[in-house]
Design a protein around this ligand. Structure first.
Ligand code: NAP
Length: 263
C-alpha cells in the first residue's frame, strides 16, 4: 500500500507527524511531493517516508491525498488527472472543493473529502468526512483517528455546516478568551500573568467538564448561585443574546463556504 501526499504544508504535516508519533512502525509506504521539494523532503524525513522530485513517480500509489491550497486546485488537477489511475482513492482536505467537483474531475476514482481542524497539531482535531461512493475506510480511520476523532457527515452540505463549529470553533473560542484577556489588560496585569491566568481558566474549565460526567448546563448551574456574581454576569450574556450571536457566526461561516465554492 502506497500513499501519496500531494502538498506537505501545515495541515498535512500535523496529521502525518501525529500519525507517525503514535504508529512509528506503520506498514505502508508514504511518498511526499511538493513543487519546491523542501517541505516534502522535510516531512518525509520526519515520518520515515520518501520524497519524490517528480509527481510522475507517484503513478503506482493507491491513495492520493490532495493537501495543497484550494487556489492551486484547477492547475494541479490538470496534471494529476494524467497520473492518477482509475479505481484509486483520492482523499482531499481542500476547503471549498466538494465531492461533486472532485467526482466530476475524477469520475473513475473513489473520493473521500475530509475536513480536519488545526487542532490536529495537538492530536485533538474533529475530522469531518464524507464520501461519494463505496470506499474502504480502514486506512483513513487508522491515520486520522491518531490526530483526533472522525465524524461522518451525511453529505457535503452537512460537512460545510459543521465546519463552522469544528473548523472555525477554535478561532471563535480564542476570540472569546481574547475578550477576557482584554478585561485583565485593562487591570494592568502583566502579560505573562494574563497568559497563565487565562490558560489555567480554559484548561481548568475543560478538564472539569471532561472529568465530571455531566452536562455543560449542569456544570454552569453548579457554579452559579441565584443572586450571586456569576448569575449577574450570565444575565448580561443572556440579555445581549450570546447564543444568537454564536449561531449567526456559525451561519456566516457556512454562507462563506458556499461563496468560496463558486469564486
Ligand atoms: N491549515 C488548516 O488549519 C486547515 C484546516 C482544514 C483544511 N485545510 C486545507 O488544507 C490544505 C492545506 O492547507 P495548509 O494550511 O496546510 O497549506 P500550506 O501550509 O500553505 O501548504 C500548502 C502545500 O501545498 C503545496 N502545493 C502547492 N501546489 C501544489 C501542487 N500542485 N501539488 C502538490 N503540492 C502543492 C505547497 O508546496 P510548497 O511547499 O512547494 O510551496 C505546500 O507544501 C488547504 O486546502 C486548506 O483548505 C487547512
Amino acid at each position: 500500500m502506497k500513499i501519496a501526499l500531494l502538498g506537505c504544508g501545515n495541515l498535512v504535516s500535523a496529521i502525518f507527524k501525529g500519525f507517525y508519533q503514535k504508529n512509528p512502525d506503520y506498514n505502508f509506504e508514504i511518498l511526499t511531493y511538493t513543487p519546491t521539494h523542501y517541505r516534502a523532503e522535510k516531512l518525509a524525513k520526519e515520518i520515515k517516508g520518501k520524497a519524490v522530485e517528480n509527481f510522475q513517480d507517484l503513478r503506482d500509489c493507491d491513495i492520493f491525498l490532495f493537501g495543497f491550497k484550494p487556489q492551486n486546485y484547477s492547475e494541479a488537477v490538470l496534471e494529476y488527472k494524467k497520473i492518477i489511475p482509475a479505481g484509486k482513492q483520492i482523499w482531499s482536505v481542500l476547503a471549498g472543493i466538494d465531492t461533486e467537483i472532485l467526482g466530476n474531475d475524477f469520475p473513475e476514482n473513489s473520493i473521500l473529502r475530509i475536513m480536519p481542524s488545526i487542532c490536529a497539531e495537538v492530536g485533538e482535531s474533529i475530522n469531518l468526512y464524507t464520501h461519494s461512493n463505496k470506499l474502504d475506510l480502514k486506512v483513513f480511520e487508522r491515520i486520522f483517528s491518531s490526530v483526533g476523532y472522525n465524524y461522518k457527515t451525511k453529505n457535503d452540505d452537512e460537512l460545510d455546516q459543521l465546519t463552522g463549529v469544528s473548523g472555525s470553533g477554535p478561532a471563535l473560542l480564542y476570540y472569546f478568551f481574547e475578550s477576557l484577556v482584554d478585561v485583565l489588560e485593562k487591570k494592568n496585569m502583566e502579560k505573562l500573568e494574563i497568559d497563565k491566568f487565562i490558560k489555567t481558566l480554559c484548561k481548568g474549565s475543560v478538564d472539569l467538564w471532561l472529568n465530571k460526567n455531566t452536562s455543560l448546563e449542569d456544570l454552569r448551574k453548579s457554579v452559579t448561585s441565584k443572586g450571586g456574581m456569576t448569575h449577574e454576569a450570565l444575565k448580561v450574556f443572556e440579555d445581549r443574546g450570546l447564543f444568537e450571536t454564536s449561531k449567526l457566526a456559525v451561519q456566516a461561516a457556512y454562507r462563506r463556504s458556499k461563496e468560496l465554492k463558486v469564486e
